[in-house]
Design a protein around this ligand. Structure first.
Ligand code: HEM
Length: 182
């Protein structure tokens, strides 16, 4: 059953980074045993002065993916694809997507499915246009930028762009209008 991204387990977990305005990066360990090396060196702040550290573990990926899907479901362009066409069961889908990003970001062997095949099937039902890919990428990049900063965050964005481009190129062309005469 599909449901909206704003329900169920889609709780908003604010980051564990320091959020005070008076401190930049701290020396001591952060939560979950993460150390100061996980934080960025110069303490680049997202909007609101929050210091963003890099993606450290699976929990961070879950947070990222959850935030991304909340936006994707609410997006006027992408939302209908997830909600009306795929009728995506987000609770079932999230662990799979997190496996995927764990494999991409940490080069872990956590994902062995065929992501392209899933999108090819989807494309047969609704054209995955360049505009859709561009929006998908903008939402992903924006979400990563807002929450995380560092080499792994960079990798998450870079690889998303590469995978999106490769998917888009491999998907068969679908005519958008009536067949041309001749
Ligand atoms: C136009 C852009 C995109 C749209 C509309 C889209 C939509 C979707 C939807 C609806 C599903 C669920 C399909 C189902 O289970 O029935 C899905 C699955 C998935 N998407 Fe996308 N997607 C897009 C681009 C991407 C990109 C660029 C990536 C990777 C960088 C990606 C990664 C995945 C993965 C890993 C899955 C899970 C596949 C599996 O079940 O193993 N998607 N996507």
């Amino acid at each position: 059953m599909a449901h909206s991204a704003g329900t169920g387990k889609m709780t908003s977990t604010s980051t564990t980074s320091t959020s005070t305005t008076s401190t930049s990066t701290t020396n001591g360990p952060t939560t979950n045993g993460r150390t100061a090396t996980d934080t960025t060196t110069s303490g680049p702040a997202a909007g609101g002065g929050r210091v963003r550290r890099d993606i450290a573990d699976r929990d961070d990926i879950t947070e990222l993916v959850t935030a991304f899907y909340r936006r994707a479901f609410a997006d006027p362009l992408l939302g209908p694809v997830f909600v009306d066409v795929a009728k995506l069961d987000l609770d079932a889908h999230l662990p799979v997507i997190c496996d995927f990003w764990q494999a991409v970001i940490f080069r872990a062997g956590t994902y062995r499915r065929n992501a392209f095949g899933v999108h090819a099937d989807l494309h047969a039902r609704v054209p995955l246009t360049e505009d859709l890919f561009a929006r998908w990428l903008a939402l992903w990049t924006g979400t990563v930028d807002e929450l995380r900063h560092g080499p792994r965050a960079d990798r998450a964005k870079l690889q998303a762009g590469r995978i999106a481009e490769s998917m888009r190129r491999r998907l068969p062309d679908r005519p958008t209008g009536p067949d041309p005469v001749d």
